[in-house]
Design a protein around this ligand. Structure first.
Ligand code: SAH
Ligand code: SF4
Length: 360
């Protein structure tokens, strides 16, 4: 299977072109065709010689993904199910925000972190995506708009699809550098957010990368007992270790950290927990931001339900009263398989049922 040309950073493509007897600027031209003109094949690169196009074709494919399903929601959210070259399925979501088009990308096939509320964690990780496969998701979403003659650009990216990005660190970093490159898609670092379940050592490493990308941490509980009961990763990286890394990140980068907090009815949504959360964030108040997230019900996790509005408001008010910046996250695509990993797990169930039918 040939790798995707999207898996090369610009510097890597320059080195590769030079190694194959071309001048440096040839790589810049190719990069321009890929990310500015967004062609789907090497043959469309009209200022590249036929001979070199043949060399490119021998070594690379352009986009390694196939589109399997597209679901459009009434609010403009579009959910894509893509097939990887080895037949595995991933999903990508496009959200229309008031500030532009935002894409949520997948970084792994399945997830080993296994949070008790999440559809993605239902399926153990089968493999990491390489950086080309992550970039390819953005390129196909952009193609969807280009083909419809819509003059809209993907302006924001959130790394919040299936998988734990910091468990696929090298590929995710390369992906971030590729989409941020001024000569390519040029998506501003401040328009990119990476979300982690809290791999403390990787948060420290990320602090030292010098990328200006936003960091979000999935906290979901203000103390170890509760957090360990809903996220087993907390046993490996308890709150003390996690916050040690977060403090390091803030001191090193002077950047704000977003905390994600899913509101689970009767589990973590009491005023008591809001007070505990405010105390936990007391020292980093100025550089933290809490996102209260409505829970997307997942049928396999029926022990959880969505917090009623009054709990959410009381929680929000308590945080505000304690000087914590927070917001209740707006929902997208509630009429389609909206929760992270749901379209994929539902399609896999249907495919399995179909195979059983055929057998019978
Ligand atoms: N693995 C990373 C990024 C992917 S999950 C992480 O956990 O941060 C992205 C976000 O979606 C996380 O905050 C996660 O907790 C949240 N999420 C997972 N399942 C959800 C559900 N059913 N409803 C609402 N949010 C969910
Ligand atoms: Fe993995 Fe994130 Fe889902 Fe947890 S919430 S299982 S880390 S994708």
């Amino acid at each position: 299977m040939k790798p995707s040309i999207y898996s090369l950073t610009r510097d890597e493509l320059i080195d590769w072109a030079v190694e194959h007897g071309e001048k440096k600027f040839r790589a810049t031209q190719i990069w321009d065709w890929l990310y500015r003109k967004r062609v789907q094949s090497f043959e469309e690169m009209t200022n590249i010689s036929k001979e070199f196009i043949a060399v490119l074709n021998e070594n690379f494919c352009v986009n390694p993904l196939k589109q399997r399903i597209v679901q459009e929601s009434a609010d403009g959210t579009v959910k894509y199910l893509f097939e990887l070259p080895d037949g595995m399925l991933i999903e990508t979501v496009l959200m229309r925000q008031h500030y532009g088009l935002s894409v949520c990308v997948t970084t792994q096939v399945g997830c080993n972190i296994g949070c008790t509320f999440c559809a993605s964690g239902l399926i153990k990780k089968q493999r990491d995506l390489n950086n080309g496969e992550i970039t390819a998701q953005i390129m196909l979403v952009q193609k969807y708009f280009d083909e419809r003659g819509l003059d809209e650009r993907v302006s924001h990216v959130v790394v919040m699809g299936i998988g734990e990005p910091f468990d696929n660190y090298t590929n995710v970093l390369k992906f971030l550098r590729t989409i941020n490159d001024d000569h390519g898609l040029a998506i501003g670092a401040r328009h990119i957010t990476v979300s982690t379940s809290g791999l403390a050592h990787k948060i420290k490493e990320f602090a030292n990368e010098g990328v200006q990308v936003n960091l979000a941490v999935s906290l979901h509980a203000p103390n170890n007992d509760l957090r360990s009961s809903i996220m087993k990763i907390n046993r490996a990286f308890p709150i003390e270790k996690l916050f040690d890394a977060i403090h390091y990140y803030i001191e090193t980068t002077n950047r704000r950290v977003t905390f994600e907090y899913i509101m689970l009815n009767g589990v973590n949504d009491g005023v008591e927990q809001a007070k505990e959360l405010a105390a936990l964030l007391k020292d980093i108040k100025k550089l933290s931001y809490v996102n209260l997230i409505p829970y997307n019900p997942v049928s396999e996790h029926d022990q959880y339900s969505r917090s009623p509005k009054e709990n959410v408001m009381a929680f929000y008010d308590t945080l505000k009263k304690n000087g914590i910046n927070c917001v209740v996250r707006q929902e997208h695509g509630t009429d389609i398989d909206a929760a992270c990993g749901q379209l994929r797990s539902n399609t896999m169930k249907k495919d399995k049922a179909k195979r059983a039918e055929v057998k019978a």
